[in-house]
Design a protein around this ligand. Structure first.
Ligand SMILES: [Zn+2]
Ligand SMILES: [Zn+2]
Length: 269
């Protein structure tokens, strides 16, 4: 199911992300590679590597933006709230399910209500305007891959742009060589530094949250995971899937999720 929230700040951030990606690709091809490396094998290889990274970045971003982060389904019929509270307290002891007063539904353990999505999200980490979606149980893999590929694209852009500044310009007029080229190359380095550092910080946060089995929401609420201690590998497999390692890095395979808390709402009836 393809989702897209109609939220102005999120739509602006998604639009800005694609503009920045297009600008970086334009600078890399037209002002880094063509003026200095167009006659060499390295030029072609670098354009290829840069565009593969951009493709992976864009697919990860698209998947993170349009995937269901783990929305808790709404009940088909409205429920009597007084009964809900009674039933919830009975269920709470055994399974730690709770009631969301805003969605008027039951939600599984570790689900939280997002005010922007206006829904409860399973294992919600945070709402990210850059993907205009929540980061939750079902799209965290895509979000982490988006950060990884943005980081790698930034590193590649910074290194190659810095090297190209020290190379002579092939067939460039003096005016182009000293003004236009430097403007685009330096702006690409600054863009790489800005986004590179930004995603590195969030990436460290994401891995710490995955390995400690505590989402950002739970960290703020000072709730640790109430599950039995799982190994780091098991926690990573929950996010990236149980398949071989190379599939962890491909943004086209959704991991299989535990159906432990799939909406078994039979007890509501
Ligand atoms: Zn809710
Ligand atoms: Zn949200």
């Amino acid at each position: 199911m393809v989702l897209f929230l109609k939220e102005p700040c999120g739509i602006f951030c998604v639009f800005l992300t694609y503009i920045c990606v297009l600008y970086a690709d334009y600078c890399m091809i037209n002002h880094v590679v063509i003026p200095t490396l167009s006659n060499s094998f390295w030029g072609l290889s670098n354009v290829l590597i840069f565009n593969i990274l951009i493709l992976l970045l864009v697919v990860s971003h698209f998947q993170a933006t349009t995937s269901d982060p783990g929305r808790v389904p709404l009940p088909c019929t409205s429920l009597d709230f007084s009964d809900m509270h009674q039933a919830a307290s009975q269920v709470k002891d055994e399974n730690k399910w709770t009631v969301c007063s805003r969605c008027e539904t039951y939600r599984p353990p570790r689900a939280h209500h997002c005010r922007i999505c206006r829904r409860c999200i399973r294992k919600m980490d945070h709402h990210c305007p850059w993907i205009n979606n929540c980061v939750g149980e079902r799209n965290q893999k895509y979000f982490v891959l988006f950060l990884i590929y943005t980081g790698l694209t930034s590193i590649h852009a910074i290194v190659l742009s810095s090297v190209s500044l020290s190379l002579p310009c092939i067939d460039c007029s003096e005016k182009y060589a000293f003004k236009t080229r430097q403007f685009f190359v330096i702006s690409l380095i600054l863009e790489g530094l800005l986004f590179g550092l930004f995603v590195m910080v969030i990436l460290c946060d994401q891995f710490s949250s995955i390995c400690n089995d505590t989402t950002a929401v739970e960290y703020v609420q000072k709730k640790g995971s109430q599950r039995n201690k799982a190994s780091r590998n098991e926690l990573l497999m929950e996010v990236f899937g149980k398949g071989p390692l190379y599939m962890w890095f491909l943004p086209c395979f959704a991991p299989e999720y535990s159906s432990k808390y799939d909406m078994d709402t039979s007890f509501i009836m």
